[in-house]
Design a binder for this molecule. Structure first.
Ligand code: ATP
Length: 277
């Protein structure tokens, strides 16, 4: 059953999913623009991302989707605008600076880019922990600390199991299917227990079967309390798993729609192309 159907059947009609008040917001994007020289990639985008929702970002080629997630993941700085994130302790939305990937990670935002940035010749456990290898040993500085391979393998199995995949931690990554590789990339993102997970076209290079597993994985992430931002060109996937849809066109946010069964595919396409203003 698609998300829209579920909400039509089971939804609380008094508070439509994602209807959102400020208290629901986990990440607030405020008047954000990105210009590359004279090219306007994003212009004055404001969007509240709700805690624990699956938000899909759609738009035609060049609409600004990649730019938007590069800003959220600290890969490129915004030209102007503000980001605020809910502080878990105080409950307040607090200004965050997203000037580098490590700052985004520190804020609790992890991104799985379309290329997944996996090291294909290395095994699964090495990829899950890439750059964050746990160590053990090192008695009063006399022994060198060494990588805790046993822990890496155990934790990789667990992390993959949590998202519904059973993959040998010693398997060479290039020998996995596209869907399994995507799962390894997601498991790596989850190792630091982020609050917001961004998936950039996770099904683009994956078989139909694999795509369904990725959609299930998105639902698992949501069930485990994560907020998911999901970029796709496949509108059926949007209808299946998104709570809300944000439409970008020529760098502007032109629509925010609840996936409550009322979105008309042609209307959505029209908003993406500009046929509907
Ligand atoms: N590094 C860059 N330098 C100059 N212009 C850029 C750069 N990156 C993106 N742009 C421009 O910014 C605009 C938005 O591009 P972006 O890649 O964010 O769109 P997109 O929605 O992700 O497109 P696609 O679906 O094709 O990936 C486009 O006009 C693009 O040509």
């Amino acid at each position: 059953m698609s998300k829209a159907d579920e909400q039509t059947v089971d939804g609380d009609m008094t508070t439509p999913a994602g209807a959102g008040t400020d208290e629901d917001t986990i990440l607030s994007v405020e008047n954000v623009s990105k210009h590359y020289g004279g090219v306007v990639a994003l212009e004055d985008v404001s969007l509240s991302i709700k805690d624990n929702e699956v938000l899909s970002i759609v738009g035609d080629n060049g609409a600004g989707k990649s730019t938007f997630i590069k800003l959220l993941s600290g890969v490129i700085p915004a030209t102007s605008g503000t980001f605020r994130m809910r502080n878990e302790e105080t409950g307040e939305l607090e200004h965050i600076v997203l000037d580098s990937p490590s700052m985004a990670k520190r804020a609790g935002i992890e991104t799985v880019f379309q290329d997944m940035s996996l090291s294909m010749q290395h095994d699964v456990a090495s990829n899950v922990f890439m750059g964050r290898e746990p160590t053990k040993g090192g008695l009063r500085g006399k022994l060198l600390r060494r990588i805790d391979r046993e822990y890496m393998e155990e934790r990789s199995i667990e992390a993959l199991d949590e998202i519904g995949f059973e993959i040998d931690p010693n398997a060479v990554t290039e020998e996995l299917s596209g869907g399994q590789q995507q799962a390894v990339a997601v498991a790596r993102a989850l190792i630091s227990d982020p609050r917001v997970v961004i998936l950039d076209e996770p099904t683009a290079e994956v078989s139909v079967e694999g795509s369904q597993k990725i959609l299930d994985l998105i639902e698992e992430l949501q069930a485990s309390g994560k907020t998911v931002i999901f970029i796709t060109h496949n509108l059926q996937e949007v209808f299946d798993v998104a709570d809300r849809v944000a439409v970008l066109r020529s760098g502007s946010l032109v629509a925010e729609l609840e996936n409550d069964g009322t979105i008309d595919r042609e209307d959505l396409v029209g908003r993406m192309t500009g046929a509907i203003q």
